[in-house]
Ligand binder design. Sequence first.
Ligand code: HEM
Length: 140
Amino acid sequence: MRRLACLASALLLAACATAPGRAPTLYEQLGGRDGIAAITDRLLDAFAGDPLVAPAFRHVDIRRYRINFTDYLCQIADGPCHYTGDSMAEVHRGMHIDEAAFNAVVQDLITAMDRQHVPVRVQNRLLARLAPERKDIIYR
Ligand code: HEM
Protein backbone atom coordinates (compact mmCIF):
# COMPACT_ATOMS: atom_id res chain seq x y z
CA MET A 1 0.00 0.00 0.00
CA ARG A 2 2.81 2.36 0.94
CA ARG A 3 4.53 1.53 -2.36
CA LEU A 4 1.36 2.40 -4.22
CA ALA A 5 1.20 5.74 -2.41
CA CYS A 6 4.84 6.40 -3.25
CA LEU A 7 4.24 5.53 -6.89
CA ALA A 8 1.21 7.83 -6.96
CA SER A 9 3.17 10.74 -5.51
CA ALA A 10 6.07 10.07 -7.88
CA LEU A 11 3.67 10.18 -10.84
CA LEU A 12 2.12 13.38 -9.49
CA LEU A 13 5.54 14.99 -9.14
CA ALA A 14 6.48 13.97 -12.68
CA ALA A 15 3.22 15.41 -13.96
CA CYS A 16 3.93 18.68 -12.14
CA ALA A 17 7.45 18.84 -13.56
CA THR A 18 6.25 18.40 -17.14
CA ALA A 19 3.04 20.42 -16.84
CA PRO A 20 3.22 23.44 -19.10
CA GLY A 21 3.85 26.66 -17.15
CA ARG A 22 2.21 29.98 -17.90
CA ALA A 23 2.30 31.13 -21.49
CA PRO A 24 5.33 33.31 -22.29
CA THR A 25 4.71 37.03 -22.56
CA LEU A 26 5.27 38.71 -25.89
CA TYR A 27 8.25 40.46 -24.25
CA GLU A 28 9.83 37.09 -23.50
CA GLN A 29 9.06 35.78 -26.99
CA LEU A 30 10.87 38.79 -28.46
CA GLY A 31 13.99 37.95 -26.45
CA GLY A 32 13.57 40.43 -23.61
CA ARG A 33 14.99 43.93 -23.72
CA ASP A 34 18.21 42.78 -25.43
CA GLY A 35 16.23 41.03 -28.17
CA ILE A 36 14.05 44.10 -28.65
CA ALA A 37 17.10 46.42 -28.74
CA ALA A 38 18.56 44.17 -31.46
CA ILE A 39 15.29 44.47 -33.43
CA THR A 40 15.52 48.27 -33.11
CA ASP A 41 19.11 48.22 -34.42
CA ARG A 42 18.07 46.12 -37.41
CA LEU A 43 15.11 48.43 -37.95
CA LEU A 44 17.45 51.44 -38.08
CA ASP A 45 19.56 49.57 -40.68
CA ALA A 46 16.42 48.95 -42.74
CA PHE A 47 15.36 52.64 -42.43
CA ALA A 48 18.75 53.76 -43.74
CA GLY A 49 18.17 51.87 -46.99
CA ASP A 50 14.51 52.80 -47.40
CA PRO A 51 13.88 55.86 -49.60
CA LEU A 52 10.35 56.27 -48.17
CA VAL A 53 11.63 56.48 -44.60
CA ALA A 54 15.28 57.58 -44.51
CA PRO A 55 14.63 61.28 -45.27
CA ALA A 56 12.34 61.61 -42.21
CA PHE A 57 15.19 60.47 -39.93
CA ARG A 58 17.90 62.70 -41.41
CA HIS A 59 17.98 65.11 -38.44
CA VAL A 60 16.84 62.75 -35.70
CA ASP A 61 18.93 62.02 -32.59
CA ILE A 62 19.35 58.30 -33.34
CA ARG A 63 20.88 57.49 -29.94
CA ARG A 64 17.76 58.83 -28.22
CA TYR A 65 15.42 57.22 -30.75
CA ARG A 66 17.12 53.84 -30.21
CA ILE A 67 16.49 53.97 -26.44
CA ASN A 68 12.95 55.35 -26.67
CA PHE A 69 11.76 53.09 -29.48
CA THR A 70 13.13 50.04 -27.66
CA ASP A 71 11.34 51.09 -24.46
CA TYR A 72 8.16 51.67 -26.46
CA LEU A 73 8.21 48.18 -28.01
CA CYS A 74 9.19 46.67 -24.65
CA GLN A 75 6.25 48.34 -22.89
CA ILE A 76 3.75 47.44 -25.61
CA ALA A 77 4.95 43.81 -25.36
CA ASP A 78 4.21 43.74 -21.58
CA GLY A 79 7.86 44.06 -20.63
CA PRO A 80 9.17 45.80 -17.49
CA CYS A 81 10.01 49.03 -19.32
CA HIS A 82 8.57 52.48 -19.15
CA TYR A 83 8.36 54.52 -22.37
CA THR A 84 8.96 58.12 -21.33
CA GLY A 85 8.47 59.77 -24.72
CA ASP A 86 5.43 61.66 -25.98
CA SER A 87 2.26 60.07 -27.35
CA MET A 88 2.32 58.74 -30.92
CA ALA A 89 0.09 61.63 -32.05
CA GLU A 90 2.44 64.23 -30.56
CA VAL A 91 5.65 62.56 -31.77
CA HIS A 92 4.45 62.34 -35.38
CA ARG A 93 2.59 65.67 -35.52
CA GLY A 94 3.55 67.76 -38.53
CA MET A 95 5.31 64.88 -40.28
CA HIS A 96 2.38 64.37 -42.70
CA ILE A 97 3.02 60.63 -42.79
CA ASP A 98 0.94 58.92 -45.50
CA GLU A 99 -0.12 55.28 -45.88
CA ALA A 100 2.85 54.44 -48.12
CA ALA A 101 5.37 55.68 -45.52
CA PHE A 102 3.47 53.94 -42.71
CA ASN A 103 3.41 50.64 -44.65
CA ALA A 104 7.12 51.06 -45.41
CA VAL A 105 7.93 51.32 -41.68
CA VAL A 106 5.81 48.23 -40.95
CA GLN A 107 7.62 46.35 -43.74
CA ASP A 108 11.00 47.50 -42.35
CA LEU A 109 9.95 46.21 -38.93
CA ILE A 110 9.05 42.83 -40.45
CA THR A 111 12.46 42.75 -42.19
CA ALA A 112 14.15 43.60 -38.87
CA MET A 113 12.28 40.81 -37.04
CA ASP A 114 13.04 38.31 -39.84
CA ARG A 115 16.74 39.17 -39.55
CA GLN A 116 16.46 38.68 -35.78
CA HIS A 117 14.84 35.25 -36.38
CA VAL A 118 11.60 36.20 -34.64
CA PRO A 119 8.97 33.55 -35.53
CA VAL A 120 6.15 34.83 -37.75
CA ARG A 121 3.45 34.11 -35.13
CA VAL A 122 5.39 36.27 -32.63
CA GLN A 123 5.84 39.00 -35.27
CA ASN A 124 2.08 38.95 -35.80
CA ARG A 125 1.44 39.37 -32.07
CA LEU A 126 3.58 42.52 -32.03
CA LEU A 127 2.12 43.91 -35.27
CA ALA A 128 -1.41 43.40 -33.90
CA ARG A 129 -0.51 45.56 -30.89
CA LEU A 130 0.94 48.30 -33.10
CA ALA A 131 -2.02 48.37 -35.52
CA PRO A 132 -4.23 50.59 -33.27
CA GLU A 133 -1.47 53.26 -33.28
CA ARG A 134 -1.86 53.75 -37.03
CA LYS A 135 -4.67 56.30 -36.67
CA ASP A 136 -2.48 58.43 -34.36
CA ILE A 137 0.52 58.34 -36.69
CA ILE A 138 -0.75 58.99 -40.22
CA TYR A 139 -2.01 62.31 -41.61
CA ARG A 140 -0.87 64.34 -38.60
C1 HEM B 1 4.31 51.33 -36.80
C2 HEM B 1 4.49 52.62 -36.99
C3 HEM B 1 5.31 53.51 -36.10
C4 HEM B 1 5.58 53.41 -34.76
C5 HEM B 1 5.15 52.32 -33.79
C6 HEM B 1 6.42 54.53 -34.41
C7 HEM B 1 6.91 54.77 -33.15
C8 HEM B 1 7.70 55.84 -32.81
C9 HEM B 1 8.18 56.13 -31.49
C10 HEM B 1 7.89 55.29 -30.25
C11 HEM B 1 8.92 57.23 -31.55
C12 HEM B 1 9.56 57.97 -30.37
C13 HEM B 1 11.04 57.81 -30.35
C14 HEM B 1 11.66 58.95 -29.56
O1 HEM B 1 11.04 59.45 -28.62
O2 HEM B 1 12.77 59.35 -29.89
C15 HEM B 1 8.95 57.65 -32.94
C16 HEM B 1 9.65 58.72 -33.41
C17 HEM B 1 9.75 59.04 -34.74
N1 HEM B 1 9.05 58.49 -35.77
FE1 HEM B 1 7.80 56.95 -35.64
N2 HEM B 1 6.62 55.30 -35.52
C18 HEM B 1 5.96 54.71 -36.57
C19 HEM B 1 5.90 55.15 -37.86
C20 HEM B 1 6.64 56.18 -38.35
C21 HEM B 1 6.67 56.58 -39.75
C22 HEM B 1 5.84 55.93 -40.86
C23 HEM B 1 7.56 57.60 -39.85
C24 HEM B 1 7.97 58.39 -41.08
C25 HEM B 1 8.25 57.84 -42.21
C26 HEM B 1 8.08 57.86 -38.52
C27 HEM B 1 8.99 58.82 -38.19
C28 HEM B 1 9.45 59.09 -36.93
C29 HEM B 1 10.47 60.09 -36.64
C30 HEM B 1 11.18 60.99 -37.65
C31 HEM B 1 10.65 60.06 -35.26
C32 HEM B 1 11.63 60.90 -34.43
C33 HEM B 1 10.99 62.14 -33.91
C34 HEM B 1 12.00 62.99 -33.16
O3 HEM B 1 12.86 62.46 -32.44
O4 HEM B 1 11.92 64.19 -33.30
N3 HEM B 1 7.48 57.00 -37.64
N4 HEM B 1 8.18 56.79 -33.67
